[in-house]
Each structure stands twice: as C-alpha cells, then as structure tokens.
Design a protein around this ligand. Structure first.
Ligand SMILES: Cc1cc2nc3c(=O)[nH]c(=O)nc-3n(C[C@H](O)[C@H](O)[C@H](O)COP(=O)(O)OP(=O)(O)OC[C@H]3O[C@@H](n4cnc5c(N)ncnc54)[C@H](O)[C@@H]3O)c2cc1C
Length: 240
C-alpha cells in the first residue's frame, strides 16, 4: 500500500562518489536533503581498484576539496599507500594517487553523511519519479513509500541498467554475488600458487619508503592510518 513518507527540498538518488558530494553540498548550503542508496553498507563503494586520484583524477579530488567536499579528507584518512605519479615530468602533470582501505572509506563516508545536519540517508531503491503541475518531484520506493522534493539529483552512476557479462550467463545485476563459496576453484589453488611462485621474482620488488602525500590543502596533522609496507614491481623495462 502506497503511503506518504516525507517532504524534502533536495533528494539525491545514489550514494556513490557523486551522490555523497551532492548530498553534503546541498545540506551544507542549508537545504533539507535526503540521500537514497540501495545499500547503506556500500556508501562510497569503489567497485574495482580501490584508489582515489591518479592522472587527471587527482586534480579533480583537489578541486572537490577546494569546494568544501569530503573525498580528499576521506582519502587522506583511509589511505594505505600514496604515490605522486609523473614526477619525472613537469609539475602540471604531477598527480597524486592513493590506494585506499575500501571498507574504511565506506565507513568514513557513511558516518560523514549520518552526522551531517539537514541530511537524512535512506536505504531504499527509487523505482519511479514523476513531476506534478507545481513542479514538485514525487519519488517512489520499491516498498511503496512516496517522498517529495523540489529538486532531484540523479547520481545513480554505474548501477542504472547494469548487466553482468561472463559472457554467459548474463543477468541484470551490478556485481556478481560474492556470497557464493567459489568451491570449484579450490582443487586448482595449490597448482596456481606454485605457478605464481615460480614466475614471480620477489627479489626484484623495490620497497617504497617515501613519505605519504596528501590531498588536503589545509595543514592539519596527519591522522594515524593503517599503513602497510608497499613494494613496487617493474612490469616493463625502464626508459633509458
Ligand atoms: C567493475 C568496475 C570497475 C571500475 N574500476 C574503476 C577504477 O579502477 N578506477 C576508477 O576511477 N573508476 C572505476 N570504475 C568507475 C567508478 O566506479 C565510477 O566512476 C564511480 O563509482 C561512479 O561514482 P558514482 O557516484 O557516479 O556512482 P556509483 O559509485 O556507481 O554509485 C551509484 C549509487 O547510486 C545508488 N543507486 C542506483 N540506483 C538507485 C536507485 N534506483 N535508487 C536508489 N539508489 C540507487 C547506488 O546504491 C549507489 O549508491 C569502475 C566501475 C566498475 C563498475
């Protein structure tokens, strides 16, 4: 049965990188805001390589920071290793890339949203969106709750109409369900680790001892993070 839940000034659909910043910016400007996400535990999820920054994206993170966003702060707090790329080239292309603790980043962002004034976070899938004659948006969740908002920000990212290609079977989902036990691969595992050990030259790895870099422009003391020892492995001959 459909029921009316609540009215907001701004509704943001999605709590990935884009939705988080949109929700925080709106709430920090004083608008009553709601952020919808399909799963509260996947707020700010990084689906593949859990890294922030890198070539061109490092600049973007700093721009978000300059505009009062959260990404740079979260990255500095939850990084496990950082590296300034392109140091051999001019300063215009120096680019900070940080490897992030994925779960810690997600927890940090969830907390940042939850403690933000003017902001509610809701685990709900929006299944329909309409606009009435007065220009008010009506958002409907899968569980038939109705929310209204003067303004809607769509930040549904890589989810919308996502499909998993294996290539067969294909199914409409964003990720493969990792709850399945992966039992089929177990007998092959000892063979795989022997092959890996015989081709991987561990003694060629170079330990990284450089001081960590930071995204934040503000000179705050560096927070204690769970940093781990990092080694670099060359994958191609260095340019001479
Ligand atoms: C397999 C894979 C690998 C990737 N690898 C990299 C990489 O190595 N480096 C890199 O920089 N980028 C990578 N990306 C891209 C990166 O994930 C995206 O650029 C980034 O996550 C996009 O952020 P976003 O906020 O736009 O959306 P997303 O992070 O996709 O977040 C979308 C949000 O919308 C919510 N949502 C969607 N539909 C609804 C709905 N109907 N109702 C309510 N909530 C909804 C979801 O719950 C989620 O919170 C990869 C993407 C994928 C899929």
């Amino acid at each position: 049965m459909q029921y009316f839940a609540k009215q907001y000034e701004v509704a943001v659909i999605g709590a990935g990188h884009a939705g988080i910043e949109a929700g925080l910016a709106s709430a920090r400007l004083g608008c009553s805001t709601i952020v919808f996400t399909i799963n509260l535990d996947w707020i700010g999820n990084m689906p593949c390589n859990p890294s922030i920054g890198g070539t061109s994206k490092g600049h973007l993170v700093r721009e978000i920071d300059a505009l009062g966003g959260e990404m740079g702060k979260a990255a500095d707090k939850t990084e496990i290793q950082s590296r300034m790329l392109n140091r051999g080239k001019g300063p215009a292309v120096h680019s900070l890339r940080a490897q992030i603790d994925r779960r810690e980043y997600s927890k940090y962002m969830k907390h940042a949203l939850e403690k933000q004034e003017n902001l509610d976070v809701k685990q709900a899938e929006i299944v329909d969106l309409t606009r009435d004659d007065q220009g008010l948006w009506h958002l409907f969740t899968r569980l038939e709750a109705e929310y209204t908002a003067k303004c809607v920000v769509l930040a549904t990212g890589t989810f919308l109409g996502g499909r998993v290609y294996i290539p067969q079977p294909r199914f409409p989902r964003r990720f493969i369900n990792f709850k399945s036990p992966c039992a089929a691969l177990k007998p092959a595992r000892p063979r795989a680790s022997i092959a890996a050990a015989s081709t991987f030259r561990f003694w060629k790895c170079k330990k990284v001892t450089k001081r960590p870099c930071r995204f934040l422009s503000t000179p705050k003391p560096r927070p204690k993070t769970r940093r781990i020892a990092i080694s670099l492995t060359p994958t191609k001959k260095p340019n001479v």
